[in-house]
Design a protein around this ligand. Structure first.
Ligand SMILES: [Zn+2]
Length: 321
């Protein structure tokens, strides 16, 4: 039996396993998101309540369920535990399950599924961490961007299926120019070249936007600096490194799409933030809205929107184009 083109028994296995493992991974990602920007160890000490410091018991630490059974409160001090912890666990579970569904649909065989799957699950987890760390701290960790870039290049060479370099026909349709240049190259060489081309596309496009943005938005950047003295450019250098990583993992064609999607999300979120944080100045109607727009804050991180664009680019079926 199959669901569409997805074999049902394989899909049940992959989705079921990854839903559970994803929830547990979400629990670990919570630790990473909280501790990594502070330079704290990810493994020690075990989690404790951020308010009273009492260590969280193993049975209360069960992803999602632990929080629900406690009614969202610490067992020791009864003060609320942020909804964000179970939310991250749920998102991780759903994203991992979605990857299970995708892998079952590709059905490339057990070992290719396991190898590409592990790399892709690591990538998706890095996106979740990037989203929330940049949201909280306005930074993108080099461990994620540069570490991800190095990891993507290495993984491309080790698992050529990631860039479809194991199948000449699929590779030719996604990399027409490169196929001509690299005729006769081994699969790992073609995959590494595809990954490098993606990294260079991400680097070149984001550096162009970095320099052009600084010229085009000089007045807005000065205004933003009065709000937050650390703002010095329309796009941060962290975003540039992040785009090299995304290009290296997803391939060059994903890069323009990610920028387009992130700019749209960012424009919506930035406008919403201006309207929510601005003051009406006592005016009603349109005049009040105009005052809100004028006085509202506009410093928002771009990394979360790049990560959101990357997750869509990942699950999008590029063969549509
Ligand atoms: Zn407590």
């Amino acid at each position: 039996m199959s669901v569409g083109s997805v074999p049902a028994d394989l899909a049940t296995l992959y989705v079921g396993v990854l839903l559970l493992v994803g929830a547990a991974m979400g629990s670990f990602l919570n630790v990473v998101i909280y501790r990594a920007p502070l330079g704290k160890s990810l493994l020690y000490p075990p989690s404790s309540c951020p308010r009273c410091g009492v260590r969280i018991r193993a049975r209360d630490n069960i992803p999602i369920l632990g929080w629900l059974l406690l009614g969202g409160r610490c067992r020791a001090c009864r003060r609320p535990i942020s909804l964000r912890y179970p939310a991250v666990e749920l998102v991780a579970a759903l994203v991992w399950a979605a990857e299970g569904w995708r892998l079952a649909g590709l059905d490339r065989g057990f070992w290719p599924d396991v190898l590409t799957g592990l790399a892709e699950l690591a990538f998706l987890s890095a996106l979740i961490v990037t989203f929330l760390v940049d949201w909280d701290h306005l930074i993108i960790l080099d461990e994620i961007s540069l570490g991800g870039l190095a990891g993507s290049l290495a993984t491309a060479a080790l698992v050529p299926a990631l860039h479809q370099a194991d199948s000449p026909a699929a590779f030719e349709s996604s990399h027409p120019l490169m196929t001509a240049w690299l005729s006769g190259a081994p699969a790992w060489g073609r995959a590494l070249a595809a990954s490098l081309a993606g990294a260079l596309t991400g680097l070149t496009l984001s550096l162009s936007i970095y320099f052009l943005g600084n010229i085009a938005f000089r007045r807005q950047i000065e205004a933003a600096r009065r709000e937050d003295p650390e703002v010095d450019s329309a796009l941060g250098l962290g975003d540039v490194k992040l785009m090299a990583f995304f290009g290296a993992f997803l391939g060059w064609r994903a890069v323009p799409f990610i920028f387009l999607a992130a700019s749209l999300f960012g424009a919506f979120a930035g406008s919403a933030m201006k309207m929510l944080s601005g003051q009406t100045g006592g005016q009603k109607g349109w005049a009040g809205l105009a005052n809100r727009w004028r006085t509202g804050g506009s410093v928002i991180p771009f990394g979360p929107f790049l990560a959101a664009g990357a997750i869509i680019a990942f699950f999008w079926d590029w063969r549509i184009f």
